[in-house]
Every structure is written in structure tokens, then in C-alpha cells.
Design a protein around this ligand. Structure first.
Ligand code: UDX
Length: 439
């Protein structure tokens, strides 16, 4: 099949590359000419395991290309995926869907033939129906243009695997205008669909809400365990052992019960805020007001870790050398958007600490948004003469650290485990002061 993908960020690029990998002819579209040039040359502008390899393979096969031209895109295919970003509006909680609107407004006048537009971006419920009316009003093909929604659930760091082997596919269609979207999407995904991957067809609003609810649930699960961590801290209990015990209950499950610095990144924080804001617009504010609590529990984790480091420094960070291991919002990613690690590093600097950060992949991105922090090129360089070491992102190279690697480098043998990824007894028996979160 021939298809286009509008937007070449994490979501769009991964989708374009994976669809080409399935054997389709794919044209990725982006308004950023420098990015398009980079992609045509086979360079992925961010770190995502497997993606660069797949990009090169599919460029070479001729199945994948990129352009800035909407005219070329409208000629190329009649099936268009919409994968542009929906960031948080500046100074507000709601999502900014101007990029989605811009694609629709530019593409619509070029749609001469019947076409299907499939949204994958995370949008406020009601967006798909609104876009359908908007595109039909502006397109020469008029009622021949159909809008469907097929939310994406991929995780950064596992984006390729999540796209090619998803837990489920959700397809929202306009129930008032039966069209070809469902069968087109069944064909698109046919080669990867098997009996284990449910293909759920819903109305437009339900499909948009599945995505919002999934992210809200995941964020709630993390904040739940972080709230319990606060109780553990007040009682001397161990939240990691508690989470293991809870996780054995199949109704609860162990995943997303890791207490620590909390969630960050380009999705969960902004998605729960915009979901709650949308509930307010719909006149059911109370229904999702708990998400504001989920957000505050999450942000409290960052202050808690700041306090913990201050405490082990004897009550003040002034003039203390702090090594921060990890800057990305999670391992296997170079993404520092709303990163708890960088946020805490910045707060410690504001409190007078001399902060040195090391991350295996995210240093370049960190420098761009936090140029005043010190950056090291290795764990041992970051820890040189450190009074305290803070593990802020659980990259495996940090989780597997041995005290002997740092013993002769640091000034003080004190480690704060902001992700509960280290073995406390290993560090304590080596003579270190170990402090975890909620344990
Ligand atoms: C998330 C959703 O998982 C994905 O389905 C959606 O499409 C986009 O948002 P992502 O942002 O890539 O994906 O990261 P995820 O793996 O969900 O982690 C989010 C944050 O939660 C990270 O900062 C992570 O460190 C934190 N986290 C995760 C915890 O603090 N504890 C946990 O137990 C799990």
C-alpha cells in the first residue's frame, strides 16, 4: 500500500519506518526542511534503539522517502497518518493542537480524491469529529474524505517493538459516516496482525479516550506507589518489597509500581494535565480532579529527593559537589523533556551545589536546555571528588555500578538512589551511606 505520515518526531518517524518495514511504500512529511534532509541521508535526530538501522534499510529499499511538500504527499497516497506533536500550551494545562489543525488546513485543499486521514497523535476527546467536519468543508473531495483515529501507545526506548508488536490496535471510526477506514487499516496492519493482537473498532470519541485513559492510569499507578513511598518513609517500611508483594496480585500487577523520582517525558505529564483540563471544558471537572493530585504527588518526589540530598550533605547544599547519574527522563532514551533528573539537578544548583551530570545518551540535549550545569563524559569523571552521588535515571550501567568503581574517585562515600535501582546491602557493606526513596 502507499501511505503518508505527517510529522517525523518520535511517533511519526517510528510509524513511517515501521510501516515501510511491513512492506508499504511510505512518504514521511515534515515542515522542517533540515530534518527532512537529515532523514533522507539516513540520520535519526534522536536516540531510539533499532530505529536508525531500520531507517537505513528502508531508505535503501526505496520504500521510504521524506518530503516537505504537501502537494507531493497528496499525490502520493490516499491514506494519510497524522502524527504531529500535541504539546502542553504555554502557561496552561490544555494541549496545544495547533500542529494538528495546521496539517489539516494545509492538506485539505489538496485532497481532490476520496481519502482517509488517520490520526495517531494524542488529542483531547472530540478533536477527530471536529477535524472531520473541518477537512470535509475545505477539501475538493468533500464528503469523500474520512477521518479515523488510531491512537499510538508506544514507549520511548521500545518504540519499534511497540509499533510492530503492539498489545492492541484501537481504531476509532465515524459511526455516522461508514467508510473504508476500518478495512484500510486492517490491510495496513495485516502482515503483523495475529490472533494475539486484538483489533478493536470503536467510535471516534472512545478511541481518543482510550489513549487519554491509558496514560492517566499509568501515571496514577506510579503516583500511587510514590504516595505509598511517603508512608514508607514515615514508618521505616520498604516500598520496593511492598511493591513486589502487591505485584503478585494478578489484579494489580508489578509493572509501573517502581517508586522513585516519578514520571517525566513528553507524554505522561502533559497528557494527564490536558485530560483533566478537557474534563473541565466538558463540564465534568470533578471526574478527573484526582489527576491533579497524581500530578502533585509526582512533583513532590522531586522535592523529596532534593531534601534527601540536602540532608545527607548535613543540611545545606552550598559548595557541595554532587554527581548526578542520569539526565534522560528514563533509560534507553536521550529525551530530557520534563526530566525529573535534570529538574532535581537544576534545583540543587540553585541551592548552591556544584552539580556535575553524566548520562550515556542525553548530554547534548541537556546542555541545550540547562547550559549552566557541568557535564561529564563518564560516571567516574562525574563522581570525581563528589560529596554525594545521586542516581537519577536507572540506566543499566548505573544499576550495575560496583562501589569499588567509585571508592577512590569520590570525596564522600554517600549515594542517593533516586530510582531504587541499587542493592542497599552491597553499598552499605562497602562502607557507603546509602539512601533510597521510600525504603
Ligand atoms: C508513555 C506510555 O507508557 C506510552 O504508552 C504512551 O504512548 C506515551 O507515554 P513513555 O513516556 O515513553 O511512554 O515512558 P514510560 O515508559 O511510560 O515511562 C514514563 C515515566 O514514568 C518515566 O519517567 C519513567 O521513569 C516513569 N516510571 C515508569 C516510574 O517512575 N515508575 C514506574 O514504575 C514506571
Amino acid at each position: 500500500m502507499r501511505l503518508t505520515v505527517f510529522g517525523t518526531g518520535y511517533l511519526g518517524l517510528t510509524h513511517a519506518v515501521c510501516m515501510a518495514e511491513l512492506g508499504h511504500e511510505v512518504l514521511g512529511v515534515d515542515i522542517d526542511a533540515a530534518k527532512v534532509e537529515m532523514l533522507c541521508a539516513g540520520h535519526v535526530p534522536f536516540f531510539e534503539p533499532e530505529l536508525a538501522q531500520l531507517l537505513t534499510r528502508n531508505l535503501e529499499s526505496g520504500r521510504l522517502g521524506f518530503t516537505t511538500s504537501y502537494a507531493e504527499a497528496s499525490e502520493f497516497a490516499d491514506l494519510h497518518f497524522l502524527c504531529v506533536g500535541t504539546p502542553q500550551k504555554r502557561g496552561e494545562k490544555a494541549a496545544d493542537i495547533s500542529h494538528v489543525d495546521a496539517v489539516i488546513d494545509t492538506l485539505a485543499p489538496l485532497l481532490e480524491h476520496p481519502a482517509v486521514i488517520v490520526g495517531k497523535s494524542t488529542v483531547p476527546v472530540g478533536t477527530a469529529a471536529r477535524l472531520g467536519a473541518r477537512v470535509r468543508a475545505a477539501a475538493p473531495a468533500g464528503d469523500g474524505v474520512e477521518v479515523a483515529w488510531n491512537p499510538e501507545f508506544l514507549r520511548e526506548g521500545k518504540a519499534v517493538a511497540d509499533t510492530l508488536r503492539p498489545d492492541r490496535l484501537v481504531v476509532g471510526v465515524d459511526r455516522d459516516r461508514p467508510g473504508t477506514a476500518e478495512s484500510a487499516l486492517r490491510d495496513v496492519y495485516a502482515s503483523m496482525l495475529d490472533a494475539r493482537i486484538p483489533f478493536l473498532v470503536t467510535d471516534l470519541a472512545t478511541s481518543e479516550l482510550v489513549k487519554g485513559s491509558a496514560n492517566a492510569f499509568l501515571a496514577t499507578k506510579i503516583s500511587f506507589i510514590n504516595a505509598i513511598a511517603e508512608i514508607c518513609e514515615a514508618t521505616g517500611a520498604d516500598v520496593t518489597v511492598l511493591a513486589d508483594a502487591l505485584g503478585h496480585d494478578a489484579r494489580i500487577g508489578r509493572s509501573f509500581l517502581n517508586a522513585g523520582l516519578g514520571f517525566g517525558g513528553g507524554c505522561l505529564p502533559k497528557d494527564i494535565r490536558s485530560f483533566a483540563a478537557r474534563a473541565g471544558e466538558l463540564g465534568v471537572d470533578q471526574a478527573l480532579s484526582f489527576l491533579r493530585e497524581v500530578d502533585s504527588i509526582n512533583m513532590r518526589r522531586r522535592t523529596k529527593v532534593l531534601e534527601l540530598v540536602t540532608q545527607v550533605c548535613g543540611g545545606s547544599l552550598l559548595g557541595m559537589n554532587v554527581a548526578v547519574l542520569g539526565a534522560a527522563f528514563k533509560p534507553e532514551s536521550d529525551d530530557v523533556r520534563d526530566s525529573p533528573a535534570l529538574n532535581v539537578a537544576g534545583m540543587m544548583q540553585l541551592h548552591g551545589a556544584n552539580v556535575t551530570v553524566y548520562d550515556p545518551k542525553a548530554i547534548e540535549n541537556s546542555r541545550t536546555i540547562f547550559p549552566t550545569l557541568n557535564y561529564a563524559t563518564s560516571t567516574s569523571e562525574a563522581c570525581k571528588r563528589a560529596d554525594v552521588v545521586l542516581v537519577a535515571t536507572e540506566w543499566s550501567e548505573f544499576a550495575e555500578l560496583q562501589p569499588s568503581q567509585l571508592d577512590s574517585v569520590v570525596h564522600g562515600r554517600v549515594i542517593v538512589d533516586g530510582r531504587n535501582c541499587l542493592d542497599p546491602s552491597l553499598w552499605r557493606s562497602a562502607g557507603w551511606i546509602y539512601r533510597g526513596v521510600g525504603r
